[in-house]
Design a protein around this ligand. Structure first.
Ligand code: SAM
Length: 362
């Protein structure tokens, strides 16, 4: 029998699932960090080539029944004038005036069941009738019957972030319900046929190394098709206004780790990266494993009150997004996210797991 060669060892390391350590995530050595980000970028190119998915977001309501400490739209913020968008105005905008590069629409709001019924559902029906856009929603923790209505209307991707894997920190932040309930919602969505993306906030005030690492094991355990990481941004009108901004390098290291952990995931470059590092954060996300960008299409007269972080928002316009993609030598995907996900599933099962099982049998 031949001995173990260097090649065998390299192959063994390459086929192990990637599990980050706190040392890797918190490295401040620029050379080590660059090498780590380069590996993540290469893993993305190996899997997706130069293509980046381009979606547009419309923010349909800033009413929120939740009170998350990190979010400016929390119900406790009495200084915010609240709005609900008009579905017909949004339908007109998206059907007739969307940028040609957009393949998917993401409908986002505070946790507002009224907006789901009066804005999201009629909008989704109109988009289904008149376009072939993929439709994702990010509307919070809702009862199963509302999830079904959204899916039956034509949405197929649900974004529900677990925010932090620490149930103590989750409760401290008054995030929606409890962490266990949030995870039940995520599992329910996946089991009922949604493509599910989740995510967490890096450097939430009070986060320990243990909390940080737990985000990765939780994400790996959940039935997800994508995952995001956003730097913590101290919101102007929140109890955390004087906390420090999440470190950009830590956040990018987390993105790289997610990519190496799951080369097949959809990972967005989030607009908050540009708040953590003005001018370059977003583009660095595209160099660190991201393969999804988001153009903001919320009408200008309402988006100022969609207060996640600060009133002075950095709006990701079509021009900014397309020039970031081009500057990174990438190209917009012509395939929608929804079509991409569909092409990966056979009878509701991920192609990757079908292949894995076939390999185990052979
Ligand atoms: N209300 C829905 C929900 O809770 O799922 C969806 C919209 S919520 C406003 C969108 C996301 O914004 C949250 O899931 C959270 O991760 C993020 N977010 C809010 N405030 C933030 C902050 N200060 N820093 C980083 N991310 C934040």
């Amino acid at each position: 029998m031949r001995g173990v060669t260097g090649f065998d060892l390299i192959r063994a390391v390459m086929t192990q699932p990637f599990i980050p350590t706190a040392k890797v995530l918190r490295t401040t050595d620029p050379a080590a960090e660059q090498e780590f980000h380069q590996r993540a970028s290469q893993a993305t190119r190996d899997r997706f080539g130069k293509k980046v998915f381009v979606r547009a977001v419309v923010e349909i309501s800033n009413y929120c029944r939740q009170n998350c400490h990190y979010c400016g739209m929390r119900r406790g913020n009495r200084n915010l004038s609240r709005f609900r968008a008009h579905h017909d105005q949004l339908a007109e905008l998206i059907i007739h005036h969307r940028p040609p590069s957009v393949t998917d629409i993401n409908i986002q709001a505070g946790e507002d069941p009224v907006a789901v019924r009066e804005v999201a559902l009629p909008l989704i029906r109109e988009l289904q009738r008149h376009t072939d856009l993929g439709i994702s929603v990010c509307l919070g923790s809702l009862p199963p019957a509302i999830y079904s209505d959204l899916k039956n209307s034509g949405a197929s991707i649900y974004i529900l972030k677990f925010e932090t894997a620490s149930s103590a920190r989750y409760a401290e932040m008054e995030a929606p319900g409890s962490l266990d309930r949030r995870l039940e919602n995520i599992r329910h969505l996946a089991a009922s046929g949604w493509y599910v993306s989740s995510g967490f906030i890096a450097a939430l005030p009070g986060e320990t190394d243990k909390d940080l690492l737990a985000n990765f094991s939780l994400a790996a355990d959940l039935p997800l098709d994508g995952c995001s990481v956003s730097p913590f941004i101290p919101g102007e009108e929140t109890p955390l206004a004087s906390s420090p901004v999440g470190d950009i390098n830590l956040t990018l290291n987390c993105m790289a780790a997610l990519r190496l952990m799951r080369p097949d995931w959809i990972i967005p470059s989030v607009s908050a990266l540009n708040l953590a590092e003005p001018g370059s954060g977003y583009r660095r996300g595209l160099r660190t494993g991201a393969n999804l960008v988001t153009i903001n299409l919320t009408p200008s007269e309402i988006r100022g009150d969609y207060l996640l972080y600060k009133r002075d928002r950095f709006i990701m316009t079509e021009e900014r997004i397309l020039s970031a993609i081009a500057a990174e030598n990438l190209v917009p995907s012509e395939q929608s996210l929804t079509d991409f996900y569909r092409s990966r599933k056979v009878n509701g099962t991920h192609l990757s797991s079908v292949k894995k099982r076939a390999l185990q049998v052979s």
